[in-house]
Structures are given as structure tokens and as C-alpha cells.
Design a protein around this ligand. Sequence first.
Ligand SMILES: Nc1nc2c(c(=O)[nH]1)N[C@H]1C(S)=C(S)[C@@H](COP(=O)(O)OP(=O)(O)OC[C@H]3O[C@@H](n4cnc5c(=O)[nH]c(N)nc54)[C@H](O)[C@@H]3O)O[C@H]1N2
Ligand SMILES: Nc1nc2c(c(=O)[nH]1)N[C@H]1C(S)=C(S)[C@@H](COP(=O)(O)OP(=O)(O)OC[C@H]3O[C@@H](n4cnc5c(=O)[nH]c(N)nc54)[C@H](O)[C@@H]3O)O[C@H]1N2
Ligand code: SF4
Ligand SMILES: [Mo]
Length: 803
Amino acid sequence: MTDDGGEQDIKTYCALCIARCGAIASVENGRFASLSPDPTHPTGRALCAKGRAAPELVYNPDRLLYPMKRTRPKGDPDPGWVRIGWDEALQLTADAIKKTAAEHGPEAVAFTQSSPSTTSLSDSAAWIRRLMNAIGTPNTAGNIELCGWGRAYATSYSFGGPSVGVGPGVGAMCDIENAGCLILWGYNPSMTRLTHGTMAAQAVKRGMRLIVVDPRHVGLASKADCWLRVRPGTDGALALGLANIMIEKGSYDRDFILRWSNGPMLVRTDENRLLTEKGLVADGSDIRLCVWNTVAGQVALYDPQSGGYESVGVTPALEGLFQVETVTGPVEVRPVFDMYAALCREYTPERVAEICWIEPSELEKAADLIWNARPTAYYAYSGHEQHTNTTQAARAMSLLYALTGSFDQRGGNVLFPSVPSADISGGNLPAAQHMADALGLKARPLGPSRFQQITSRELYDAVLKDDPYPVRALVGFGANILVAHPGAERGREALSALDFFVHTDLFLTPTASLADVVLPAATPFESEALKIGFEVSTGAQSTVQLRERVVPPQGECRSDTQIVFDLAVKFGLGDSFWNGDVEAAYAHQLAPSGLTLKGLREAGGRATVPLDVQHAKYAAPDANGVPAGFATPSRKVEFWSETFAKHGHDPLPAYEEPLTSPVSQPDLAQEYPLVLTSAKDPLYCNSQHRGVPSLRKREQYPTIEMHPDCAAARNIEAGDWVRIVSAAGSARAVARFNAKLDARVVVGQHGWWQSCQDLEASAYDIYDPDGVNYNRTIGIDKLDPISGTAPHKSYLCEVRPLP
Ligand SMILES: Nc1nc2c(c(=O)[nH]1)N[C@H]1C(S)=C(S)[C@@H](COP(=O)(O)OP(=O)(O)OC[C@H]3O[C@@H](n4cnc5c(=O)[nH]c(N)nc54)[C@H](O)[C@@H]3O)O[C@H]1N2
Ligand SMILES: Nc1nc2c(c(=O)[nH]1)N[C@H]1C(S)=C(S)[C@@H](COP(=O)(O)OP(=O)(O)OC[C@H]3O[C@@H](n4cnc5c(=O)[nH]c(N)nc54)[C@H](O)[C@@H]3O)O[C@H]1N2
Ligand code: SF4
Ligand SMILES: [Mo]
């Protein structure tokens, strides 16, 4: 780094979004001048406009530069912000949190966190979790119900872990380099994760087949063998319909299903539950499951603990109806796979065409590609999240994927290895051992709370109604929760009702402006971070980078990681935080890799640790010869989830119409006939970056994409300001034509609030009923019953011209 004259290039990576593109920063006369791709980095092929504009973000005149405290009550138009020192800011925070924890328990201190997919919170997320574990609170509102629930958690009910990877070494990642066929399902990486976008484009060149499932013809759709223009919110029906075609044609990996899924387990047709040994004999186990052994013509027992059958020579049936003698008399039983296939059979190509608005011939083509072009990989993202049926849709998609047998095979969705490192999330700290249940666990026991994540609604209910217990203090790291979610007014009410709210951010967002204390965050270009693995390939996973800072922080900004450590020390938790020494903590984290910080620095920040890729790790036996299997209750991929059955949900991945749709609410659709969804803006991350001049110049206003016929029927021309109106509220936007959309679908954008000083471009009031807040059009009365997800991506609306 240079802070005097001269020029210097620094090897770094852009941490502004989930892509984490390898980059070179140029510093001129002590100023961060530009960012360009670093082709020597495994994720360094290209940078997007946001990455190239990074210096404008760093030097943005609106950035928060100093800690501040509010001196006037919330609700007062003038918050009376006064600048304070770090010591005072941290002390106020530590005192308030201690008081809340003493009065109401540590769980009354909740945290918010922006998704690491949209910010550099990936630098600090594990340290924030450590702080929460040290304090003893399970409550993080981190947008999970909108961003990662389907991928990360819903699919875990099938595979025992995410079948669509969510972070370095967490879940199975599409092995694009080796895939024969890739499905991009509600995912537009050309705009949202450049690394995947460029890898997929390159793979298409070498012959990889590509299926894009998206209501819009965007990104790689133009290179796809098959574009499935799905009606928003019907991905679950599509998955069942594709599975039906594959099963009917015998295009599925029967051996994988027999050996590694619970497809052969028997379901009692009287109770719609799995048959257990206890059903056969009174003193039998309720863990041991049953299959129909076609060789002996009788039931055989399967023990999930050993992963094997109790007898030898078992060839289980996958189809058929059998009669067994149970303790309560004769009962008809049927293999899980047969039940699943029967469910799929309801989704004939014609029925799917009706539900999803996709031609049957396209469905056939996609089903054939998925099977014939194996190994198949898939990545599903925001398009399948944000619906009232996301959980079951994500399961249906993951189980369609199970049919291919490509899971953890070269070119499939592979559990990539990771460079060894120490777990620093603090699950072993004393306070973490006896934490309260996360908010929402009682209401939705299988939802995010089970994984110590909470939804925005659960946070607001706890603050405003003590439901199920009070939350009185909030520690925010970057989440702009009021803009990201529907119900901004209720959110404002909740954040205003807190005893104490401290928020760390780059800007004074609508959310930050309700805080008692705001802390100025350093951008990733002003702070050091340690990244172990870059996710998208084995090569990328082998890469470890100590990202040095490009320039010193503006003003008194500090990195989130440093703030976590400073706060921990002020709380008296220094023991668990290397007494505030981040360098020592990194050294601890890095130790198992065999690398050292000194060595990394000498190597320009980056090193590679060779990793050995093993496939089909589920089949690998342990010392006792027991195969690893999958981390589900049955040790198998679960086409049938007994866990779901126990909680009153359909154990099969049944399709349910979105709760607000032309089919589920035909009366409402008379008034609001259009299906409303939304997509990320290529130029901005969610609610950010509108203040960056080179970006704002290119896109001044929020848009709504509509088919020209849909517009003409409403007297709307391209470029007109229009109003999106739903039963929940309305928002203005500028009409943009898209002739490839279904004329019954419109696609909006959220996240507009910020002004751009340099361009004198306006700010927007997110509470203004006449404003541009897309999320005001989304109702929160009907949510996904399992996860609490709100329907940002499948709702009903009308679009009206503005006078
Ligand atoms: N209609 C609609 N709504 C959506 C979505 C959609 O597709 N449609 N997408 C949803 C999804 S997937 C998500 S993840 C959420 C996103 O919601 P958020 O997680 O709130 O993400 P952003 O809106 O990008 O806001 C991030 C905030 O973090 C701040 N920030 C940036 N970098 C840093 C940093 O290094 N440290 C700190 N402390 N702060 C930083 C930014 O200034 C900004 O205020 O929005 C959701 N809302
Ligand atoms: N430029 C940019 N990059 C980003 C972000 C950003 O805001 N801007 N946000 C980051 C974050 S937090 C995330 S979560 C990721 C998300 O990355 P993506 O998943 O790519 O995000 P989206 O654009 O919201 O959704 C993907 C596609 O889903 C389609 N879609 C809408 N409704 C449906 C539906 O019902 N079914 C299907 N199958 N598709 C549908 C949209 O048309 C869109 O093209 O991107 C990250 N990267
Ligand atoms: S896609 Fe753009 S914003 Fe995201 S990491 Fe790469 S350069 Fe940065
Ligand atoms: Mo996200």
C-alpha cells in the first residue's frame, strides 16, 4: 500500500457480492484509483460494473465516517446526531446489551446481518456468530427466509445438507467445469454472480448443455438449449412434472434410488407414515424401517444406524402394493418411491403446461437433457425463494435432481473439499451451551429458527408483542431490513420501540436512521480479511487469501470484524476473542491449513493448498465398514420426510399453488390480473449502490418489465411512469418493455431509497404510499407455512398508467 506519491497494484478480490471476483486494485498517490480483473486468480476472469466502480463507493460523499449517537427521541424529524468517539460508542453499546441481557435474558438481544451474498459481511459473519454465541443469543435476522432458505435448509431435508451450496465447503456446489448439463433454476449468474456466469458461458462453448428456468429470457438464456419460461411461483409443479417424464421413460438412476435413497422404505397406507419395526412387533424399534424384499417375498428390516439391512440377500421393491401383518392387523404398504412416482404422475406434461405456462414439448426436451446429458448439475437461487411454497418447491427440485444420480459425482453437484481451518463460530463457548430457542421455533419448528435464524416478522413480533418472548436490544451489521422486506411501517414501529439499537453500516440507510448509535463500517477495500476457499471449483476452493487493505479507512471507519472484537472486549468477553487481537484470531483459524499469516503476506496474500477431490463420499465406509450415507434421519436421500409428516406437513414434496395467484385467488385476480415477480438489478446490489454516480447514470429509476401487449392494453408506453397496485399497496416504476415475457407476468425491482449527490439524483421515501418501494406491494398475511417466507416473487397486481 502507498500513501505518498507513486502508483501501486495490489492483489485483492472484490467482496461486494457473492462472486468475490479476483481483482487488482491500483492505488495512485495514496488513492484507490481503479479495480481490474486478476486473471491469475481462480475467480478473476472479469469484473462487473459495480466492482469497477468500487473507488466511487469508497470515496462516496454520503458515507458514514464517524460513530454517532442520537440525542433526540425516535420519531422526531431531527434525530440530533452527534459525533462521538469509538470508546463512547462501544461503551454505550456494551452497557445497553448487558442491561438488556440482565433484565430479559441474552436472547432479548437480537442481531441483524445483511446477507453475505450482497455485501462483504462474508468477511465477518462467522465472527458475528461467535459474538452471539459468546453472549448467548440465537436470534439473527439475516434475510435467510428470502435469500437462502430453499437452497440451504429446505434441500437439507432431502440430502441431509444443502444440495445447492451456500458458502465455501457448505453444501454441494455445481461442478460447472465438468458438467454435461447445467440447470440454472431461478438464477441469473451473469448479473448476480459473475464467476458462475463466466464459467457457465465457457462450459457451453465446450459443449455443456444448459437449461434455464426463468420467467425472463435473461443472461445465459440466449445460450441455453432449453429455456423454461415458468410462471412465477410454480417451480414445484415443474419439478414434479419433469420427474414424471423421467420416471415414465425410465430415465432415472434406479440403482442410486435403491441403494442411497429411502425410495424402497415402506409407507403404511392406513396412517400415511413409514412402517417401522414397532409396527410389526410390539417391542420393536421405532427407528428401524422396512422394505419389501422381492427375493423372499416378505418385509426386511433396515437399520439407519448401521445403514444396512438386518438380513442378507435383500433386493427391495421400488414399486408395488404389499400386505403386511402389523400389531394392529393387516395393512397395505407401498414403497416411498412408488408414492413419489404417483405424485409425479399427477403432473402430466399437459397439466404442467396449464399450471406453469410452459409448452409440453419444452418439458420433454428438458427432461431428456437432464438425463441424457449427465452428469447434471444445478444451481437454484432467488427465483425459487420468496414464494409461499418455497420449502416444498426446493424439496421437489432437489428430489428431481436425486433421480439423476449425479449428486457428488464429477460434473454434478459436488461436495467440494475445503482447506482445513479451525471452526471459529464459537458453538462450544459456555453461553452457547444453554441458549434459549430462537424466536419462531414453536410456530414453525422446521423453519429458519431451527437453524438459529429468524424472519423479520418474528423479530418485529418479539419487539412489539413480546411474542414469544421480548426482544429489547438490536445489534445490526449492515442489514437494510426495512427496505429488503415488506411491512416497512411495522418494521419502523418495531425498531423505534427498542430500548437500544446499534447499527453498523456504510451509509445512513432508512434502517440505520432508527438506531441509537451508528457505527461507520469500512469497505472491504479498506480492511483486511481472511478467506479460505472461493467456492466455485476445486481450484477456487484450494485458494486461501489474506486480503490486504487497498487504502486506509476513510474517516474513523472500522471493519465489522474489528468492531466485533472491540465490542467483545468491552463486554468482558476478551478471553474468547484473543483479547481483541484479530491477527491472533486469524492465525488460530488458519493454523490447521499449515499456512501462516507471515507466509501468506510474503506470497502476496495468496496461497494454494492442494485438495484431493473424492466423489460419491456417501458410499465411503468408515472403520466399521458402515457407509457414510447422508445426514438425514434415515441416512438416505429422503423422498419421504418422516420429519415433515411428524409436523403435519406433506412428507412428499407436494405442490401447492402460491397463496396469492390467479389460480388460488381467482376473485382477487379479477382486480389484480397480473402475476408480479421481481429480480435483482445488474447494476446495484439489492438496496445499495444508487449513490454511485457511474452506476446511477446508467439507471436512474426503478423499472417494471412488461410485455408490449400487456402495456398496450393499458395505454402504457415504454418509459412511462406507472403504478404497480396490489391488494397490499402500491409503488411507482418506469415501464420497460420485454417482448419475451409472458404477457400475464410483470417483473419489478426493489431497493430504491438512496440519493446520488454527485448527480443530484433524488432519494426516495420508503414509507411514501406514492413512492417507489416495490416491497410495499407485497402482502405478509400469507407466508410459507414452513419457513415464513414472504411472496416477493409471486403476487398479484395490476399496472396502471399514471395521469
Ligand atoms: N422485492 C424483493 N425484495 C428482496 C429481494 C428480491 O429479490 N426482491 N431479495 C432479498 C434478498 S435475496 C436479500 S439477501 C435481501 C438483502 O437485504 P440486505 O441484506 O439488507 O442487503 P442490501 O439491501 O444489499 O443492504 C446491505 C446493507 O449493508 C450495508 N453494507 C454494505 N457493505 C457493508 C459492510 O461491509 N459492513 C456493514 N456493516 N454494512 C455494509 C449497505 O450499505 C446496506 O445498507 O433483500 C431481499 N429483498
Ligand atoms: N447485481 C446484483 N448481484 C447480486 C445481487 C443484487 O442485488 N444485484 N444480490 C445478491 C444476492 S443477496 C443474491 S440472493 C443473489 C441472487 O441471485 P439471483 O438468484 O440470480 O437473483 P434474482 O435476480 O433475484 O433471481 C434470479 C432470476 O429468477 C427469476 N425469477 C423470478 N421469479 C421466478 C420464479 O418464480 N421462478 C423462477 N424459476 N425464476 C424466477 C428472475 O427473473 C431472475 O432472472 O445475487 C447476489 N448478487
Ligand atoms: S460480480 Fe461485481 S460486485 Fe460481485 S464480486 Fe464480482 S466485481 Fe464485485
Ligand atoms: Mo440474497
